[in-house]
Structure formats: structure tokens, C-alpha cells
Write a protein that binds this ligand. Sequence first.
Ligand code: NOJ
Length: 541
Amino acid sequence: MSQPSSVPDHADAPEWWRSAVIYQVYPRSFADSDGDGIGDLPGITARLQHLADLGVDALWLSPFYVSPMADAGYDVADYRDVDPIFGTLADAEKMIAEAKELGLRVIVDLVPNHTSDAHAWFRAALAAGPGSPERARYLFRDGVGDGPPNGWRSVFGGPAWTRVPDGQWYLHLFDSGQPDLDWSNPEVREEFHDILRTWLDRGVDGFRVDVANALVKADGLPEWEHEHGTVDAEHAPMWDQDGVHEIYRGWRAVLDTYDGDRMLVAEAWVEPIERLARYVRPDEMHQAFNFDFLKAAWRSADLRRVVTTSLAANDAVGAPTTWVLSNHDVVRHATRLALPAGENPNGIRATDPQPDAALGLRRARAASALMLALPGSAYVYQGEELGLPEHTTLPDELRQDPTWFRTGGVVAGRDGCRVPIPWNAAAPAHGFSPTGATWLPQPDHFAHHAVDVQSGDPHSTLELYRAALALRRDLRLGEGAVDWVDGEADALAFRNGPLLVVTNFGVDPIALPDGAEVLLASGELGGARQVPTDVTVWVRG
Ligand code: NOJ
């Protein structure tokens, strides 16, 4: 598509992804155009101006493909088509075209570890029976005695195996509606090359690759009975196997045949960061989400260590470092940062201790201002620019995350970070949906966070993000470097280009250097230009 002259210059920058700010749209909760209470593609298109005004470079959309929604669309039944609840293929094409008109790149989600159990391949596998080529696209095995082939556990809780009527079992690292593909099968590899080409031909700028560390399993599926995330994930036979890298080299080769700097970003909860950096070697993906940063406790030493090791590990392979604080799988950082240092529960219930909202927002603003001053690429999850907190009192009977069901109601899961966005305080559903319908209820206090309430208010979180993103672009912070400034024990201070960035994690206020010009502050400064607790400032001089 030829671009009109009004498209901003930065949209054409080579290797744009190295310093890009990428906004995550969670389609079902962003904007609902037809009033059914579920966000959709025309809703996104109608709100693209919000993203252009915010000053981000690109949007990444969580899946909008045909799906029975066993895991909110991360169970894909047809990778090439749009689910009717989100619209049509024509709506997707319109959204991509209009984003480009505004100078916004578009990244779509790719879910290669598993399909939906409603995918034509899985249906054919069930019909064809044991030993068939149709079953060989998935990980079907005979059980041991009456039990499953091994003791692997699902990430969402319960066993990772489900039995089919003829007695065989299939592997699903997530929900039973998400059977794992067998990536040693060349047919699977060819199919995904074709899916990549389909969306590249439709004009997308890249792919976010779901559980990129899971596609290859250790030979023979050796025993592993631990719950995920609890024990020694580094040696688990289903995570981060060396064989995954060859797959991404193949994908990179596909992307490189296209013009326009298309990119791949890995979602891979891999530790240590040196192992994660292997996904972004020059002939593999372009970026990987930096979850060490997201998980870091709100302490200067912890954050300094994570920033330093992240930059070093990525520099070593020539990749940009990424930064992320929130997404659709974790407690929103405006709530998480009010929890005891480093705590990161999978959801919060009304019966749990309720985090201090004011403290969470204050720290979230400071954390975001710190993140947006760092070199590399930053990811912003929809609503964080509004300082939106987690919904921590969602009625249990409304929960939809499979985690809630598969743990028998022990783990709340991720619904609390997926609540529809408030656009207009006074409108039905706060402007999310014309009818007032919402697939999850918005708490009343969401009205205070609405875009129309915050727009133009210089103290609002929305204006803080707009100012930070404009400065980040003008001062080319994304292309800069971190130069630590030692001093106060409870502060994090660094220079990036012309900027000095200071975050105060301690109790005592920190005095700014004489003559320093304050360009941005995440909270009110004290007298004589003191930086108070849990505030980040950007100064020049
Ligand atoms: C990671 C996605 O972000 C998450 O939402 C999903 O449940 C799992 N992968 C499984 O696809």
C-alpha cells in the first residue's frame, strides 16, 4: 500500500523494532463496536487514533482467529481466518490498512505450540485413529496401564494428558482444548511457514510467538512430575530444548524474503537471560519479552541487576533489549507493585488481602517512567497508560480463565487483568460497548481511569505516558545506552543521552543536581526539587 505523506517519518525507520514502543491490544477487552460485550476488530480500528495520539510505534494484537475460546483465543481452530465474534477478514485488512495510514505497525499473534481441539487437523486425528499420519501431527501416545504416558502437568493445573475414546492419550501443556503439535513432523513445519506467509502477504509487520520455548520436547518425553513454575524449570523436558532454534531460523528466512523489516518476538519464560538471548541471535527472532524485568521486585538493587544483565545478554548477540511490566497473563503492575516485594500471584480474589491502590499507582507511574527511559524496545499493555489496576474483587462465578477451573478454584487466574477498557466515564460500559454489555464487569472505580477523564489533565497517567513517549522519541532514548550514576543507596540513577533518570526507592527524598531542568516527573516533587519516595524524574543537565 502506498503511504500518504502524512505518515510520520519514524514509521519507515530501518530496523524500527530495535527501539519501538509496542502497544498490546487484547481484542476482546479493547473496544466493542457491535454491543455484544466482546471487543472486536472494527472497535480497534475506531480507536486507533488513541494509539497514534499516545505516540506508540506499533500494536500487537492477541489472537483474533477462529477459536472455540477455551483459552480466550490461544486455542486456534483456523489460523487464516477471523473469529466471527471479532469480525471478518475484511475487518482485519481494514484495521491493518488504517493502522498503517496512522504510521502504526501491526504485529499479530502466532500460536504454534498447540492448535484448538476444534482444528481440522485434530478432528482428522481423532477420526483416523492410532498410528495414522493424522495423529502424527500431534503427540498421541499409549498410556501406561490405566494411566497417562507420563506424569507431566498442565501449566493451567491438572494432568497434561487427556484420553480419547480409543484409549490413546494426547499431550496438552495447557488446556485439554489445546493439543500440542509434534514439531518433529515436517508437515507441521511447512504448515506454519505457509501461515506466516499468509499474514505477511496481508501486510502485517511481525509476529508475537506464543510459548516459543515449548515447541520441541525432549526425546522420549522423559518423566517430569513437577508443577510448572515451581521446580527447576531449566531442566524440564518440555521447555527450552535446543531444537527450537532451528525452527526459528527457518521462520527468519521466510521473513527475510519480505520487504519492510518484518519481525518476530518470542514469548518465552526462559531463565537465565543468557538462555533467552539465544532466541534473538542474528539469524533467529528479533526480540524476546524480558520477563525478568516484569518479575523484578520494586527495589533499586534488583532492578539495576536486571537492567544490567538484560543489556549485557542481548548486546552479546546484537539484539535490542525489551522491557515489559504488564500483559494479559500477569497481575497489572499498578496492583502488583503494591504487593510485598517480588510477589507475583496468578490473580487476586476478593477474599485475598486487597493491595493499596494509591501505592500501586504511584509505583506503577514511577516504574513506567523508568521503563520508558531505557534503551531498546518497550511493550505497553492496554490500559496501563491509564494507570488501570487489576480487578481484584471479580466474582468467582464470572471467571473464565481455564486456570480457575483446572485448579478447582484454587488459583484465581488472569481474568482480573483482562477487564474491558474505560473510554468515557459517563457512557454505558464506560464507552467500551454501545449497549453497556461487557464480557467481564468493570469495577465502578474504572470511571476515574477513563480516557476522557484523563485527557488534558497534566497530572493524569495518560498525559504522563504521552509526554514520556514524545520525549523518548525526540531524545532518541530507545537508541541510547545506560550509564549508571552511583550515589544514593536506595536510588536508581542513570544517564541515557542528554537525560539523567532518577528513581527513588528509599524513604528519604533525593535532591536533584543544581540547575537540572526537570523534563518529566511521575509524581509531585518536594520543595527545593527533591525527588520523593516512589517517584521517577527525567532531568536534563
Ligand atoms: C501464553 C499466552 O500469553 C497465554 O495467554 C496463553 O494462555 C498461553 N500462552 C497458551 O497459549
